[in-house]
Every structure is written in structure tokens, then in C-alpha cells.
Design a protein around this ligand. Sequence first.
Ligand code: MN
Length: 266
Amino acid sequence: MNSPVLTQLIGGLASGDVEIVDLTTRLSANTPTLQLPAPFANLVDFGLEQVSAYDEPGPFWKHHNIRTGEHVGTHLDAPVHWVTGKGGRDVSQIPMSRLVGPAAVVDVSAEVGKDPDFLLEVEHIRAWEAEHGPLENGSWLLLRTGWDQYGHDQDLFLNTDENGSHTPGVSAECARWLAEDSPVSGFGVETVGIDAGNAMSLDPPFPVHHHLLGNDRYGVTSLRNLAQLPPTGAVVVVSPLPILDGTGSPARVIAFVDRRAEEPRA
Ligand code: MN
């Protein structure tokens, strides 16, 4: 038995025509993490604890314990993370078929360069669709903001002042549209969370969490290297750990890009 599709994929990977782009932030104790203001409780940062290193506790091997919040680094938000998704899927219950799909990369990095509080509106997506074609069923809308350039520094990444955090995101109406009227499986961002830094002040608060997780759509954060993806044509793979009852999980996120392919015209 032979699969032409998989044979072509393997051939493309071997020749280098199909590139795998790693969209994942490295995990360490220094990985930037969300910091909720008092009185809210924060998760622990990622931590690595050595158990043995080719020594007495383990003479032939090295291994560690890891300790981490679910929502640390590049991670997936599952529906049960939000009150609107209560009773919905935990991270182990999301079908892999919804975590693999076409990537639609919407680049607003120029706008964000002028205004870190930039919010994506439906009209921006409509303009993108006019150029690149309609959003596909089961796709992941990946919001390119340029924010990954700050991923090495917690303060730059969170960009907080006396008025709160200033990082780009999505308007309440656009979040509702994505969740209820668009065919996307999920939404990915380069920032620390799927909502804008000032999203507490929107109506509803944290509208991307509210609408997407309440409609069995998923979110992924802290993506890197979106600049290496074409607007359409890449295939994204989001791979969280299947934690039973988990509200999210650090995830390895990759994209397959066929460098021979021209972007299809609308
Ligand atoms: Mn999260």
C-alpha cells in the first residue's frame, strides 16, 4: 500500500522543499508569563529540578522533574479554561483533527508598531480575505503582530505601566465573529495571552477567551516565527500534552511550508 499524499510529503521534507517552521517559545524559568494583578492568583513559572546527572542517584542517566503552570510559554487554552466553556472540552479531549489545519496568517505588525494597544477588527479579516481568499474550514488564524521580538524580556513582553498591560489583541465584536461566524478551529498570537493586554476593560472582559472558548474554539499563545509563514498555504500542528482535566498545556507548535508553492490567488 502506498499513499501518494504522504509519499509526496516525505519527499518534500527530504528535499527541503517542504520546510518545518518551529513556532514555539523555548521553555525555561525565564520564559515570560502572564502576571495577574492582586487579588488574583498566579501560576508558577516553568521549573526544572535535577534528580540525577550521571551520578550516585542515577549513574548512567540524567533526568529532571518539571514543574509548570498549564498556561506557560507557547501553550494551548482549552474550553474549560474559561467560565463560558465550563463543561466543555479539557485539553485531553480536543480531537487532534482540530489541532491540525490550514494556517491563515494575518499580519498587523505595521499597525502594532504604531499602537501597541491595536485591536483586530472584523474589517481587517475581511480585507485579508479579499486578498487571500475566504478563511478555510478548520483553519487557525495566526495573528502576526511582531510581538515575538520582545519574547526574550518579561518587561518588554508584558509592556505594563500604571494603566495596565499594553499588548495587541482582538476587539470584542471581532472575537464574537471569529467564534460564531467564522470557520476557524483556533486562534494563535505572539503575545502572552490570546486577549489584548487591556482586555479586562472590554465588554465582555477578555472577549477572545469568552467567545472562542465558549464556542469550542481554541487558543494558542506566545508563538514565534510567524514572519516565516506565507499568508496562506502553510499547515499548522498544535500539539499540547493530553492532560486529563487540564485547562491548557504547554504545546509544541510547528508549521509545514511548501517553499515551491505560490500563494493561491483569490
Ligand atoms: Mn492560557
